[in-house]
Design a protein around this ligand. Structure first.
Ligand SMILES: [Zn+2]
Length: 80
């Protein structure tokens, strides 16, 4: 897992689209040496709605997902 929920600031920094599902915590990115194999596994995730290869990673979105803030810049500007 390389990216989960993101703050708006973190999403901007990583170049996420403004209405990214990462903002609402319903998207997770995965990275690995074999993206097609990863994609095949990602499509089996419970509740998965979308899974596709994008910019060198597998992007997934699911219904009812509520993933934690995660990722290199995902927590940027987060108030704790
Ligand atoms: Zn993504």
């Amino acid at each position: 897992m390389t990216s989960g929920r993101r703050t708006p600031e973190g999403n901007r920094i990583v170049g996420g689209v403004p209405n990214s599902a990462h903002l609402s915590g319903s998207a997770v990115d995965y990275d690995g040496p074999d993206l097609p194999a990863l994609l095949a596994e990602a499509r089996k995730l419970p509740g998965v709605r979308k899974a596709f290869i994008h910019k060198g990673h597998v992007h997934t979105e699911g219904d009812g997902w509520n993933v934690p803030y995660y990722g290199r810049n995902g927590t940027k500007g987060l108030k704790r």
